[in-house]
Design a protein around this ligand. Structure first.
Ligand code: C5P
Length: 403
């Protein structure tokens, strides 16, 4: 799936060592379907070459507003007119200061002033420069002017220091650019999502779990952040990275057992939407052993199970009403081997939830693809096979309409 299909992005590079990441960023934007037109300041050309950017983008790179090869010599107007967004990565302290004042003394700054499209900046600088009152003033002014700041992040810097000012990684910037273009249909909403498997310990070394990869729950988390929500992702043991972490719109709590997932979910259930995407173990171990259970010949140990609390059921029981509407709006998931619609709908009624999503599969665990059946009290709607992120975006749209 290409999330930036048909988007025209002007990628501006200003002078900073993080310019070495710009070719990779261009490559990732193009992979997502965007066409990229690079513009480099004079300082940027000290850190990377126009030839690299040209080779990767397949477009000529603009370097000066005095380029006599452009027919009407209006590159700044032409470029910004056809663009869906201008993204500047790296955005240096100097460039941010200039843009915050509306200065236009080279092609890139002129382009920004003459633009008719959104402007996104990925700041990149040494931590002292970032923390300087002047840069903070520029950042504040730019935000007030509607410019989106992506990052910066904190971490190891090229100058050898550690702190705030590192440019986000190309993948994080790409993820945020994609998010930027999504409709903000959940702006101001709080969403809680359970995802992944749970792990029920038998002893310190062994336990019972399942094959859930967490991909569907994480895709829903990403789609919800893209839609503007504040998200709390409660994840069972899985290796997935938190989506869109740099936006500050997502909090992640890692849990292990169903009981832990239950108490965490209940503690944050004061939200607008609750997605129960986790494959929660139905049973836990009554008394996990404190020490490793030793093998005793051919005799298998007697392990006593206890039923785990039903997280979704308990959250649905505690639903409140705000402005005549129940909240949170609870969405459950069902994986069935037979009669999906019938069993899923029964489950929906039993748990007293307005919506349940059936995994049509066939390959659901671990796969990037799925097919869904979305069932509510009045209808059932199939969402055709697609990548989980695409399905999650469609699901978010359906739920947003409900609330
Ligand atoms: O009852 P069943 O496990 O089939 O229901 C599946 C739905 O209920 C899923 O949405 C799952 O996340 C949720 N669930 C839960 N807590 C449990 C068991 C299931 O939240 N203990």
């Amino acid at each position: 799936m290409q999330s930036l299909l048909n988007k025209k992005i002007v990628l501006g590079l200003s002078g900073g060592i993080a310019a070495y990441k710009a070719p990779e960023l261009a490559r990732q934007l193009i992979q997502e379907g965007a066409s990229v037109q690079a513009v480099m300041t004079e300082a940027a050309q000290q850190f990377g070459t126009a030839v690299t950017m040209q080779a990767l983008t397949g477009n000529p790179v603009y370097l000066s507003q005095w380029d006599s090869t452009i027919p009407n010599n209006m590159a700044h107007i032409e470029l910004s007119r056809s663009a869906d967004a201008i993204l500047i990565a790296p955005a240096s302290a100097d460039l941010m200061a200039k843009l915050s004042l509306g200065l236009a003394d080279d092609l890139l700054s002129t382009l920004c002033l003459a633009r008719d499209c959104p402007l996104l900046l990925a700041p990149a600088m040494n931590k002292q420069m970032w923390e300087h009152a002047a840069t903070q003033r520029s950042a504040k002014r730019l935000s007030e002017d509607g410019v989106a700041l992506l990052g910066p992040a904190s971490g190891f810097q090229a100058c050898g220091e550690v702190g705030m000012g590192r440019m986000l990684e190309p993948a994080e910037i790409t993820e945020q650019v994609i998010a930027f273009f999504q409709q903000k249909i959940l702006a101001g909403k709080k969403v809680v999502i359970t995802a992944g498997p749970t792990f029920e310990a038998i002893d310190p070394m062994r336990g019972i779990t399942n094959h859930s990869s967490g991909k569907m729950g994480f895709a829903i988390a990403r789609a919800a952040v893209e839609a503007g929500a504040q998200v709390h992702l409660i994840a069972g043991p899985c290796e997935l990275e938190t989506p869109l972490l740099a936006t500050g719109q997502i909090t992640r709590t890692n849990v292990v057992s169903a009981k832990e997932m239950h108490s965490t979910a209940l503690s944050v259930s004061d939200c607008d939407i609750f997605f129960a995407a986790a494959a929660v173990a139905d049973w836990g171990i009554a008394q996990p052993a404190k020490e490793k259970i030793k093998r005793q010949g051919n005799q298998a140990p007697n392990i006593e199970f206890v039923a785990n609390p039903d997280i979704l059921l308990d959250i649905a029981k505690a639903v409140k009403t705000k402005a005549g509407k129940p909240y949170p709006y609870c969405v459950g998931f069902a994986a069935e081997s037979t009669d999906l619609e019938k069993h899923a709908n029964e489950k929906r009624k039993r748990k007293n939830i307005p919506m349940i999503v059936g995994n049509i599969g066939p390959e659901t665990f671990g796969s990037d693809l799925n097919q869904l059946l979305v069932i509510d009290a009045n209808s059932s709607k199939k969402i055709a096979t697609a990548e989980k992120l695409q399905l999650a975006r469609q699901l978010i749209q359906l739920v947003a309409k409900k609330i």
